[in-house]
Write a protein of this length. Sequence first.
Length: 66
Amino acid sequence: MDEEKAVQKEARYTREALAASAKYRPCCDALMILLEEGKEYTFTEVDQMVEEFNGRTVTEATVGKE
């Protein structure tokens, strides 16, 4: 059997479906910003994007700033 046939394609989901899922509920706001509307993503792609997003440093806080 060819290796290509043995490897199943990973399921793809829309940004709305991912943001509504229990797995990504804690970071649903970030997903709505990071992911493009109308495009589909795998869990692996989203996990990598969220990890990179969480690794960024905050340069200036804007909440509570007057």
